[in-house]
Design a protein around this ligand. Structure first.
Ligand code: CP
Length: 314
């Protein structure tokens, strides 16, 4: 039994997309699509989570994930507290588990957790009390499941529900990217026709992460005819020295420019999870251009997080 499912096979926590059924993933995408107006604040706040207190428990920085979870929870009527590790007793050495247990003792029932260590969020979920739900907002290099969901929702809106006819290319620092792992889990489960992965050899993992993918370091060749280009951020905070010769070299070999994008299918779309290192992974012209879905991804983040909170806590 996956630790995120209860005895009836229902989602109790959301830790990873690995092993989640197509039905569960599509159910969350459908729900997010149906509540888009509410997610954009165009309708009255809902009361689904009225009386529920949710804490965003972040031990790493965030702009998009934290804000969109907060907005999603508030639009469902929840009370939200934002825990900031840098101004908390974590600075005095209190552990993440003690922090969760203390907040739980105050009646917090939903924890949205980001942590730099692989597996830390699962560990917290295993120690959470009965009736407490934990959502992984990114742990180490392992998983960022709501990012994976919002990415495939964005792709589905742009390209339709038949993923089997799509060629999708992931580019960049796959080795250190939890987004890449969650994207790959979702893309495989939804049956994408061809998944290509491109990056410097030093930034491509040599384990089962790339199973079933076509991988290589020739960006121009990999771009030929793809329907979607999913760019990844260089995770410099998780990288040993020397894996990338220089940012200029990286941009020369793996930066997405307008000229390079013309190698993809004419109606190809470009995604990037943010934050963007402009001029490194992607030029301004592409990031802000007509084929970019970057801000659509951000909007979809609120809808996906509403769907997830509703499914887990509603
Ligand atoms: N995509 C993403 O996780 O962004 P943040 O780090 O700003 O949350």
């Amino acid at each position: 039994m996956t630790p995120q499912l209860d005895n009836d096979g229902k989602l109790r926590h959301l830790l990873t997309l690995e092993g989640l059924s197509r039905e569960t993933i599509c159910g969350l995408l459908d729900r997010a699509g149906n509540i888009r107006d509410a997610a954009m604040g165009r309708t009255q706040k809902r009361s689904t989570l009225c009386g529920t207190t949710i804490c965003t428990l972040f031990f790493e920085p965030s702009t998009r994930t934290r804000s969109s979870f907060q907005i999603a929870a508030q639009r469902l009527g929840a009370d939200v507290i934002n825990f900031d590790a840098s101004t908390s007793s974590a600075r005095k050495g209190e552990t993440a588990l003690d922090t969760l247990k203390n907040l739980e003792a105050m009646g917090v029932r939903g924890f949205i957790v980001r942590h730099p260590e692989d597996g830390a969020v699962q560990m917290l979920s295993e120690h959470a009390g009965e009736g407490t739900t934990v959502v992984n907002a990114g742990d180490g290099r392992s998983a960022h499941p709501t990012q994976g969901l919002l990415d495939v929702l964005t792709l589905r809106q742009a390209k339709g529900p038949d993923f089997s006819r799509l060629k999708v290319l992931l580019v960049g620092d796959v080795k250190h990217s939890r987004v890449a792992r969650s994207d790959l889990h979702a893309l495989r489960t939804l049956g994408v026709g061809e998944i290509r992965v491109c990056g410097p050899a030093a930034l491509l993992p040599d384990d089962e992460t790339l199973a079933g993918c076509v991988s290589g370091d020739d960006f121009d060749a990999m771009l030929q005819g793809v329907d979607a280009v999913m760019m990844l951020r260089l995770q410099r905070e998780r990288m040993e020295e020397g894996l990338v010769a220089s940012l200029d070299h990286y941009h020369r070999d793996f930066g997405l420019t307008e000229a390079r994008l013309r190698l993809a299918a004419p109606d190809a779309v470009v995604l990037h999870p943010g934050p963007i290192n402009r001029g490194v992974e992607i030029t301004d012209e592409v990031a802000d251009g007509p084929q970019s879905l970057v801000l659509r991804q951000v909007s979809n983040g609120v809808a996906i997080r509403m769907a997830v909170l509703e499914a887990l806590l509603g």
